[in-house]
Ligand binder design. Structure first.
Ligand code: XMP
Length: 429
C-alpha cells in the first residue's frame, strides 16, 4: 500500500462518512471501522497515522455509553476524540471544522497527502492480481458507472482472465448496449459476452401492469439469464462486483441502523458459489467516477445519471408494449440530447421521460389524432430520499416538446412533472 491512512472509528455519528470524505479531499486516505476494532485488525491495517473517534448524539446506545476498545488507546497512535462526554462533535461551521481536521491530520499525525487515483489504481491492480492469480473472474456488466469502472480496472489488472457478461433486457436507453460493446470489446479488447434477451424479458412482462410485479420479473429473469451464461463458462472462481463504499456504510454498521435496504434489481444473489472481487468497495461515488476517468472510460459513461435496474420498464407505465417502450426510449434520447446541448448534462441529477398507458385527442395536419402523452421529469437530490424539481427554462421545454411531438411515433402531447418528492417519488412506478 502506498498511502497513509486516518482511521475513523464509528461510535454512531451519522457524520462519519462526511468526515471521511473531507479528509480524503485533503489527499489523505480514510477508512471507517467499528468502534470495537480488535488489536489484530488495527495492526493489520496498513499506513494508519491516527484515529478519530466520533459518536455525536448516537454515542449512547440503549442508554449505555459506548467507547472504543483498549486496542485504540494502547496503540500509541494519535487519537482525536471529537465528542468527549457527549459534547457536540466538531465546530458547527464547516471552515472551523476543516481547520480542526486539517491540523490533526497533518500536524498531529504527520500524514502525507498521498491519496490519489494513480496510487489507488496501482494498489488495486496489485491486490487483484494477488487475489486472483491465474484464475478466472466473471462480471455482470450493466454499463452503469460502477460495473463499467470495475470492468476497466480488472481489464487492466488481469486482461482476458476477466469475462464480462452484458445482458440487454430490452429496457436500456437508446445507444447503451451498443456503447458497452464498442468501449469494452472494441476499444479495451475485453472478453465480452453480449446477450440480447429482449424478447425473453418482454414475453415474461406481457400483460403485467403492477409495478412491483414488473420489478420482480425483471430482477428474477436477469439472474436466470446471467446464471445460464455463467454455467456455459468453465473454470470461473470469482465474481466481480461494483460494490462501493456507500453500499457498505448504508447497509448498516454496529451503531447505525441501515438507512435503506437496497432495491437492487440487476443485483445478484450472494450464493452463486463464487469468491467476490470488489475493487471499488472503499470508494465514494465521485471517486469511482474519477477512477473511471483515470482508466480512460468516456465521460458520458463515467458521469452518467443514475438509472434504475428495471430500466425503461418502470417508465413505460402499466403493462409494457413494444410501441410505447420505443416511445419512452426515443423521447428519452431527445431529452438527453437537448439537456446536453443546453449544458445541463451533469448539472441536473436525474432527468427522463415517462409514457403512461392512456391516450388523448390531438390534431395533426388538420386531422384528429388519438395518441399517448410523454411526461418529462427532471429532479435534483442529494440522497434520492427527497427531491426538488429542476427549474428548466421554458424555451427549452418548448423545444423539447416540439421535437418529441414531431419525431416520436404515437405521441401528440408533452407534460412537465412539477411534483417534488414527497409527494411524488422520482420514478412513476
Ligand atoms: P424513487 O422513485 O423511489 O427513486 O423516488 C429513487 C431513486 O432510485 C431509483 N430507483 C431504482 N433503482 N432499482 C434501482 O436500481 C429500482 O427498482 C429502482 N426504483 C427507483 C430511481 O431512479 C431514483 O434514482
Amino acid at each position: 500500500m502506498k498511502q497513509d491512512m486516518i482511521l475513523i472509528l464509528d461510535l454512531g455519528s451519522e457524520e462519519n462518512p462526511k468526515i471521511a470524505r473531507e479528509i480524503r479531499a485533503m489527499g489523505v486516505y480514510t477508512e471507517i471501522h467499528p468502534h470495537d476494532i480488535s488489536a489484530e485488525t488495527l495492526s493489520a491495517l496498513p499506513g494508519v497515522k491516527g484515529i478519530i473517534l466520533n459518536g455525536g448524539p448516537n454515542r449512547v446506545v440503549d442508554g449505555v455509553s459506548i467507547d472504543a476498545g483498549d486496542a485504540v488507546y494502547q496503540s500509541g497512535l494519535p487519537v482525536l476524540c471529537a465528542d468527549h462526554k457527549g459534547e457536540p462533535a466538531f465546530p458547527a461551521d464547516d471552515a472551523a471544522r476543516a481547520d480542526v481536521l486539517h491540523r490533526f491530520v497533518f500536524d498531529t499525525c504527520k500524514a502525507e497527502a498521498n491519496w490519489n487515483m494513480e496510487n489507488f489504481i496501482a494498489d488495486q491492480v496489485e491486490l487483484v492480481r494477488r487475489q486472483v492469480g491465474d484464475r478466472k473472474v466473471l462480471l455482470a456488466l450493466s454499463g452503469g458507472v460502477d460495473s463499467s469502472v470495475v470492468a476497466a480496472l480488472l481489464i487492466r489488472a488481469i486482461g482476458k482472465q476477466l469475462t464480462c457478461v452484458h445482458v440487454n433486457h430490452g429496457l436500456l436507453r437508446k445507444g447503451e448496449p451498443e456503447q458497452v460493446v464498442e468501449v469494452f470489446r472494441d476499444q479495451m479488447d475485453a472478453n465480452l459476452i453480449y446477450v440480447d434477451a429482449t424478447d425473453r424479458f418482454l414475453d415474461k412482462l406481457a400483460g403485467v401492469d403492477e409495478p412491483e410485479q414488473k420489478r420482480k420479473i425483471i430482477g428474477t429473469e436477469f439472474i436466470r439469464v446471467f446464471e445460464e451464461e455463467a454455467r456455459k463458462l468453465e473454470g470461473i472462481d470469482f465474481l466481480a462486483q461494483g460494490t462501493i463504499y456507500p453500499d457498505i456504510i448504508e447497509s448498516g454498521t454496529k451503531t447505525v441502523k441501515a438507512v435503506k435496504s437496497h432495491h437492487n434489481v440487476g443485483g445478484l444473489p450472494e450464493d452463486l458459489g463464487f469468491e467476490l472481487v470488489e475493487p471499488l468497495k472503499m470508494l465514494f461515488k465521485d471517486e469511482v467516477r474519477a477512477c473511471g476517468k483515470a482508466l480512460g472510460l468516456p465521460d458520458n459513461m463515467v458521469y452518467r445519471q443514475p438509472f434504475p435496474g428495471p430500466g425503461l420498464g418502470v417508465r413505460c407505465l402499466g403493462a409494457i408494449t413494444r410501441d410505447r417502450l420505443e416511445a419512452v426510449r426515443e423521447s428519452d434520447a431527445i431529452l438527453r440530447e437537448e439537456f446536453a446541448d443546453a449544458g445541463l448534462e451533469g448539472k441536473v441529477w436525474q432527468y427522463f421521460t415517462v409514457v403512461p398507458d392512456f391516450k388523448s385527442v390531438g390534431v395533426h395536419d388538420g386531422l384528429r389524432t388519438f395518441d399517448w402523452p410523454v411526461i418529462l421529469r427532471a429532479v435534483n437530490t442529494v440522497d434520492a430520499m427527497t427531491a426538488t424539481v429542476e427549474d428548466v427554462p421554458f424555451a427549452l421545454l418548448q423545444k423539447i416538446t416540439a421535437r418529441i411531438t414531431s419525431e416520436v411515433k404515437g405521441v401528440n402531447r408533452v407534460l412537465y412533472d412539477l411534483t417534488p418528492k414527497p409527494s411524488g417519488t422520482i420514478e412513476w412506478e
